[in-house]
Design a binder for this molecule. Structure first.
Ligand SMILES: [Zn+2]
Length: 164
């Protein structure tokens, strides 16, 4: 199981505490499907911050180089992930105003109090990854040379029974 890194989020923010460390990628299970190989680690730092109006906020930074699986050939693409997020803590279930929801300068993080930092880091890393990573140049596993590909028009023509 992954290590538990639970913090009392509001007190952590209020007291300006700092937690930093590394997480093994092997423990971040939601990343595994996206990776060509499960290896490496994620460095992270969480700092409690008091907002201008006294809001409880966390600044989360994290970095890692992850071997993402290419969507075409499934080979590894080394991708440098950098996370730098300002998260404002809000009590779980709290109503939010339209202005707050439209504020792009920060994200809101509903928490019940205790917060699992490992899970938060995993969430933020997932958000920072490209949706469909691909090598600039690569081919499908087992694909033939580009020149041998069957053109879709040839297939269409074949279906209609009218070659050419
Ligand atoms: Zn590829």
């Amino acid at each position: 199981m992954s290590q538990q890194l639970a913090i009392d989020s509001f007190a952590f923010a209020r007291n300006g505490r700092v937690l930093e460390g590394t997480l093994a990628v092997s423990d971040l299970e939601r990343l595994h499907d996206l990776l060509a190989e499960v290896e490496g680690e994620v460095r992270f730092r969480v700092q409690g911050v008091k907002g201008e109006q006294g809001q409880a906020q966390l600044r989360l930074t994290a970095s890692a180089t992850l071997p993402l699986a290419c969507q075409r050939c499934l080979g590894a693409i080394d991708f440098a992930v950098e996370v730098d997020s300002l998260l404002e803590l809000v009590p779980e279930g709290a109503e939010m105003s339209q202005d707050e929801l439209e504020d792009d300068s920060k994200d809101f993080l509903p928490v019940a109090g205790e917060l699992d930092v490992a899970e938060l880091v995993e969430d933020e890393v997932l958000l920072a990854l490209p949706v469909a990573p691909r090598h600039e140049k690569c081919s499908l596993p087992g694909a033939t040379e580009a020149g041998e590909r069957i053109s879709p028009f040839a297939v269409l023509a074949g279906l209609k029974g009218k070659p050419n």
